[in-house]
Design a protein around this ligand. Sequence first.
Ligand code: AMP
Ligand code: ZN
Length: 444
Amino acid sequence: MKLYNTSSKQVETISSLSNDSKIGVYACGPTVYDYAHIGHMRKYTMDDVLVRTLEKTGWQVNHVMNITDVGHLVSDGDTGEDKMEKGARKTGKTVWEVAQHFEEDFWQKLDRMEVRRPDTAPRATDHIAEQIAQVQALEKNGFTYEIPGDGIYFDTSQDPHYGELARLQLEEQKEGARIGVTEGKRNPADFALWKFSPTDQQRAMEWDSPWGKGFPGWHIECSAMSMCYLGEQFEIHTGGIDHIPVHHTNEIAQAENATGKRPFVQYWVHHNFLLVDGQKMSKSLENFYTLDDVEERGFSPMALKMLFLSANYRDELNFTWESLAAMQKGYEKLQRKAQQLLEQSAYESWEDVPEVGAVTLSAELQKIYDDFVYQMTNDLKTPQALATVWKLTKCKDVQAIVLLKEMFEFLFSPYNKTVYADWTVKLCSGSPRTLINENVFFFF
Ligand code: AMP
Ligand code: ZN
């Protein structure tokens, strides 16, 4: 399996750090303060495609996705309102109700997209102790300083590797959007690890810490929780391309300087955006559609999935209703072709069609299948993989149904991911309220 690694800027062959078949995948999850839009769906659909492909090629995957329910401020710097408090103000609910409501809505949307839920979905608010411990480790190692009345900050000038992922230059750091206006920062790129609660008002979410009452900075949750479930160093970390210069750059700085181990992550996988009229689909631009909008207009979530698959995850994809309509037609045509092939075959039903491997394939079919696998395992070339599915529908050989079933189900069907009970590292004492396993919530 090959993937483009943002870190090396090269397509690399994946290998396991433990030299066995286990691969840890950490995906930056949603901030649950509002409804997810279909831009978010693109990212999580393609994460699922990645996990499926890894599993198909024999890796045992532990897929961890965090839920950000505190600490993500409106600006990507360290200023502005907490998004959760903003959500609470907008809906008239408590922050806890907001988090629960939008998290549940998010899972349901993934279900509708036939995107499998991750194996573990830790929430930031359940892992405050781990985040504090990581800040303490950074403090002990000499990477922090305090801005009185504001918070504990990471001193980027202490880390010679800071910004390598994004190839950040000092000049860019001076000019970049990430530079907050926070007074007292020693360097423009420095960022908050722990923010103090204001003295004149009580925050809806705040915790005691060695530095006083407050709440974690946004980036610390991901380095703390990924280590907790996947170890201090692990294989794959995913996120949108917007996370490269700030969130992931800061995660690396936190993790590597807390543990002294490099690299924190072997392969950085970044998804490009879903656009509308050439601009990123986003809440702030108010140019977004949700899955409800898609279904209300009579489209199937599978047509949306097909639209996502029609572009490589590293490329921008411009959303239009026309392109979605074309995908709906394409998806329906694919279903009809599959039905026709089934009728021509000796199999009674879809379930009777054997798996690839159980039948001998003609050279032509074998070539099509090999091409499909090649495309998927070469940096998830989903448009080319879809093209092989179309090739099958034109094939005269009735055994084509065997491949069609396999490939169609691989891309579109609900997916029973294998859960490896012995996998979880769990280096922390955090007790997640939700461990997600086989689409069932377990409450602890
Ligand atoms: P957020 O909740 O805003 O942090 O976003 C969660 C994830 O969705 C991040 O990895 C973002 O990069 C990604 N994301 C947000 N907007 C889009 C978009 N328009 N297209 C693709 N991914 C997006
Ligand atoms: Zn993250």
